[in-house]
Design a protein around this ligand. Structure first.
Ligand SMILES: Nc1ncnc2c1ncn2[C@@H]1O[C@H](COP(=O)(O)OP(=O)(O)OP(=O)(O)O)[C@@H](O)[C@H]1O
Length: 314
């Protein structure tokens, strides 16, 4: 099956600002794909082009096989958009906002009311549904904003930094909602400058900087690309020299380095998950009781630093 999103050589200039610089990527149906990059990297511009808000300067993208340039109406029918800027009527309550936007999306009558109820439930605003939006916290507004994007049950949802400037509890609720929506079959394009979010949510991540896609892949692939490895630190209950035991270690593939201490053992490995089961069995066979197990993972921050020489948080 062709990818649900296919982007080819997208370029966008604003006057002499090159906001998006020849970006190509694809998103498969069922994925959560994150565009991760610092402020000004070109995330909003990319999402705006894919939502048919304005055309690219060069290049094209297909959503479900439809071109964002030639078939914007068909594209719009397939996508839900959660913009960075909240688009709600402050004097109306949540239900009224959803009814209004639902009508704009072509819903009416009983189907509209039913959908609005489902959405209020989905975004956790049933109890506040009759209070005006101006009395809501930032997090509640964000959740309602997401609800608007979901009204016409899109196959594909674009979310542009939906957790910026909100409290941790609302952020948690939104991240869980994203995962839930994806579990129910929705494909999601998520932009963020928080690497923890990209790391937690995504099947694949595109790292974007100065309008360029500088890396793309699963978290593991990105990390391997820069040659980062994982460290497993095992601490055993008994104080004994482990050095002689190194000979008995099974030949595990992907182990780069082993260091035995008095009651700790440190392994540098390609992928901890793949060797942990055998390592546990080995400890058991040697009669060693594991007191603690720690896996130190390199993260996206390390990848970004490696690729750009700058920290993502700068
Ligand atoms: N309407 C515009 N006119 C001129 N320059 C713009 C316009 N919109 C964006 N830019 C510039 O284009 C570049 C990319 O901006 P964009 O908003 O796409 O980045 P972003 O990654 O979404 O960042 P942010 O998180 O700050 O929204 C930036 O240099 C920005 O200043």
């Amino acid at each position: 099956m062709p990818a649900i999103v296919q982007v080819q050589n997208l370029v966008k200039t604003y006057g002499n600002v090159l906001a998006v610089d020849d970006i190509s990527f694809a998103i498969e149906e069922g994925e959560i794909f994150s565009l991760l990059g610092p402020n000004g990297a070109g995330k909003t511009t990319t999402i705006s082009i894919l939502s048919t808000l304005f055309p690219p300067t060069h290049g094209d993208a297909q959503i479900g096989g439809f071109s964002v340039i030639r078939d914007p109406m068909q594209v719009r029918r397939m996508i839900g958009v959660v913009p960075q800027e909240i688009a709600l009527y402050e004097d109306l309550n949540a239900r009224e906002n959803l009814l209004f936007w639902g009508q704009m999306a072509g819903l009416e009558g009983k189907a509209l009311k039913q959908r609005v109820d489902e959405i209020l439930e989905r975004v956790g605003l049933v109890e506040k549904a009759r209070q005006p939006v101006k009395t809501y916290s930032g997090g509640m507004k964000r959740r309602l904003n997401i609800g608007v994007g979901l009204l016409h049950s899109p196959r594909l949802l674009f979310m542009d930094e939906p957790t910026v400037g909100i409290d941790p509890q609302s952020r948690r609720a939104i991240l869980d909602m994203v995962k839930d929506l994806n579990r129910s079959g929705m494909t999601i394009l998520y932009t963020t400058h928080y690497m923890e979010e990209a790391q937690e949510l995504s099947h694949r991540i595109g790292i974007i900087d100065h309008g360029k896609m500088i890396a793309i892949g699963t978290l593991q692939e990105l990390i391997r690309q820069v040659g980062e490895q994982e460290k497993i630190i095992l601490t055993f209950s008994e104080e004994q020299s482990l050095t002689p035991l190194v000979e008995t270690l099974p030949m595990l593939s992907g182990v780069r380095h082993v260091n035995m201490g008095n009651h700790t053992m440190t392994l540098v490995v390609d992928a901890a998950k793949e060797i942990l089961p055998e390592l546990m069995q080995w400890s058991h066979r040697q009669g060693l009781k594991i007191r603690s197990l720690q896996i130190e993972e390199p993260d996206l921050e390390a990848v970004f630093l490696h690729l750009t020489g700058r920290a993502l948080r700068d």
